[in-house]
Design a protein around this ligand. Structure first.
Ligand code: FNR
Length: 428
């Protein structure tokens, strides 16, 4: 090769775009977004997002439960124009994916809830605003761009029922389409990372966090420049006020099915229950006129050692029939996880942490990057499976999916473990 030919091969690539764009271009997976978020957040804030309750066993098994499933694709089926559109209780979406409610989103990034909702609107997927949000339900409804999203509101039933009723009517008058009642928070889960880190909300400038300023200057600059952080759905003079302790004190362990019946009577829109629901609870909700269930263990942040929500999809679908809404979250980290959930019988999935990490890594642009990444992964999975649409994936799911159980299983005799993986068809 002549030197001039060799020189042609060397084309120095100068970095292009903003720092944010370059950071996002380097993120090819949800795990990459998590790593980027870790490098940008103070460790206590990163742990607040990342951590789970107690021994974090639910947190751990949420992702490994998805990874136990294996596909048996069907070939030669013309998958030239796959249709990835989903349906959320009668409203079409570009993808069977939504953003789950997360409290205090502006602590992760000053653009906060409106940025996540705008990205959801742009990509035509639903966004659920939390009771614990740092943007009020009125402000989100009025935020340019975010107002166009399929907006849901997640409700905690509080000790002060007047406050709860007030939130339901505010959600109604501000155009929220779906009310999602979280039923996994009779009391607050114990997140040991937060306890050990001494996390306060809003984060306090302690000696530890002052040291942090040196290593995460952009985070602190963003927080100091941004609006005051508060639980925006509650006025500071209302019970619960503006502190995490005050709000957690409002969780009511006496909440029961009668409260739900009252909410059903007052709420005119679609109603969904969010929590780790088994077939019996799901049937009871259905009988009460609830429109769907959002199977979730709060991303492993409430009761530890719960069944992984993805494993509840098939039994709950068998119990409630074809037309009842079933959504699932906790551990969705790849487009193929969405495909697995649908093949098991879900209508759609939600994600929590992945969009928060994306928000930290790149604000609204980062959240868009995540949706494009998951869309691409989901589309490719559908094509390689040999299915042309989400409906087809759900209908043919049992033929395409097998459950792989890599765990060491005990035989009848103690001390003798079967180490080889067992393959089990879901039809069995
Ligand atoms: C949550 N989640 C949650 N759920 C809810 O109903 N109300 C809330 O205010 C919050 N807040 C919240 C904060 C943070 C930082 C996280 C990570 C999660 C739970 C959330 O809606 C969802 O169920 C889980 O995040 C789903 O699991 P993955 O996707 O994070 O694994």
């Amino acid at each position: 090769m002549k030197i001039s030919d060799a020189l042609e091969l060397i084309s120095p690539r100068l970095p292009t775009g903003t720092l944010r764009q370059r950071r996002l271009r380097a993120c090819h997976t949800v795990k990459d977004l998590r790593t980027a978020a870790r490098s940008l957040l103070p460790s206590a804030v990163f742990d607040y997002v990342d951590g789970g309750a107690d021994q974090e066993l639910s947190l751990e098994t949420n992702t490994s439960a998805f990874e136990r499933y294996r596909y048996l694709p069907q070939v030669l089926r013309d998958v030239g124009s796959p249709d990835t559109s989903g349906n959320f209780l009668g409203r079409p979406a570009a993808l069977p994916l939504g953003f789950a409610p997360t409290g205090y989103t502006r602590m992760m990034h000053p653009e906060g809830e409106p940025a996540a909702a705008r990205a959801a609107a742009e990509h035509r997927i639903p966004y659920v605003l939390s009771t614990m949000a740092s943007t009020s339900l009125e402000d989100l409804a009025a935020a340019p761009g975010a107002d166009a999203a399929d907006r849901w509101f997640q409700l905690y039933v509080w000790k002060d029922r007047e406050l709860t009723r007030g939130m339901v009517s505010r959600a109604q008058s501000n155009g929220y389409r779906v009310l999602e009642v979280a039923v996994d928070t009779a009391v607050s889960g114990k997140r040991l990372r937060d306890v050990r880190n001494g996390l306060t909300i809003p984060p306090a400038l302690t000696l530890g966090s002052l040291l942090d300023i040196a290593s995460r200057p952009n985070y602190w600059m963003g927080m100091l420049r941004g609006e005051k952080l508060e639980f925006a759905n509650v006025r500071s003079d209302e019970p619960g006020g503006h502190t995490i302790e005050g709000i957690s004190d409002q969780f009511d362990p006496t909440v029961n099915w009668e409260d739900l019946a009252r909410i059903r009577d007052t709420w005119n829109g679609s109603l969904v229950l969010k929590g780790p629901l088994g077939p019996e609870d799901a049937m009871r909700a259905q009988a009460l006129g609830v429109d769907g269930v959002h199977l979730s263990n709060h991303g492993g942040r409430q009761l530890d050692r719960t069944v992984a929500p993805v494993d509840l999809v098939a039994p709950v679908r068998a119990a409630v029939g074809d037309s009842f809404g079933i959504f699932v979250d906790s551990g969705v980290r790849h487009g193929s996880d969405i495909a697995t959930a649908i093949a098991l019988g879900a209508d759609a999935c939600f994600v929590g942490r992945p969009y928060l990490w994306a928000l930290v890594a790149g604000g609204e642009e980062g959240v868009g990057h995540l949706v494009r990444m998951l869309t691409e992964e989901f589309t490719r999975t559908m094509q390689l499976l040999g299915v042309g649409s989400v409906q087809e994936l759900r209908a043919r799911g049992p033929e395409l999916l097998h459950c792989h159980e890599p765990a060491v299983m005990r035989t009848d005799r103690p001390g003798q473990e079967r180490k080889s993986p067992r393959w089990m068809s879901l039809n069995n």
